[in-house]
Design a protein around this ligand. Structure first.
Ligand code: CMP
Length: 139
């Protein structure tokens, strides 16, 4: 089925001018960028977005990193978009990511791993709603 998923191009990638190269990977995989904006989060906003990881040892570092430089937030649409996006991103840890994936090619570490993508339909809906209004989603 046609789905929408939420994507972030993270600070490590925006700071290395990789926005276009990463978007090219999404588009080549058949994912349409139906919404996109460049923003800079506060640490507090990053903390709300990643609240599910609050108890993890890396939470503070993760929030600092996500607030360290601009990010690009996006909505990607396509056939099985959630799974397709996760395939194109590759494993969270770039050392385990498959050849040709975004994280294999661009990520620096498990923290500075260039992209985020929703892990399921419910989180996709929540994450899209956190960053975008309905008016900003243009299929
Ligand atoms: P993401 O898909 O954005 O969701 C949570 C993020 O936490 C994850 O990508 C990683 O970038 C980050 N993360 C996961 N494990 C670690 C870790 N061990 N150390 C630092 N960051 C981590």
């Amino acid at each position: 089925a046609i789905q929408r998923t939420f994507s972030i191009i993270k600070p490590d990638a925006t700071q290395r001018n990789l926005t276009g190269a990463i978007n090219a990977k999404f588009e080549a995989a058949g994912l349409r960028i139906v919404a996109q904006k460049r923003i800079k989060l506060t640490k507090e906003q990053a903390g709300v977005f990643y609240a599910v990881h609050k108890e993890r040892p890396f939470y503070d570092e993760l929030c600092d990193f996500m607030a360290s430089a601009p990010i690009v937030v996006q909505v990607l649409e396509g056939e099985d978009a959630i799974a397709k996006n996760r395939e194109v991103m590759g494993a969270t840890n770039p050392a385990e990511a498959a050849e040709g994936t975004i994280r294999k090619e661009f990520a620096l570490s498990i923290g500075e791993n260039s992209v985020h993508g929703s892990d399921g339909e419910d989180t996709a809906k929540e994450e899209i709603a956190y960053f975008f209004s309905g008016l900003e989603l243009v299929g």
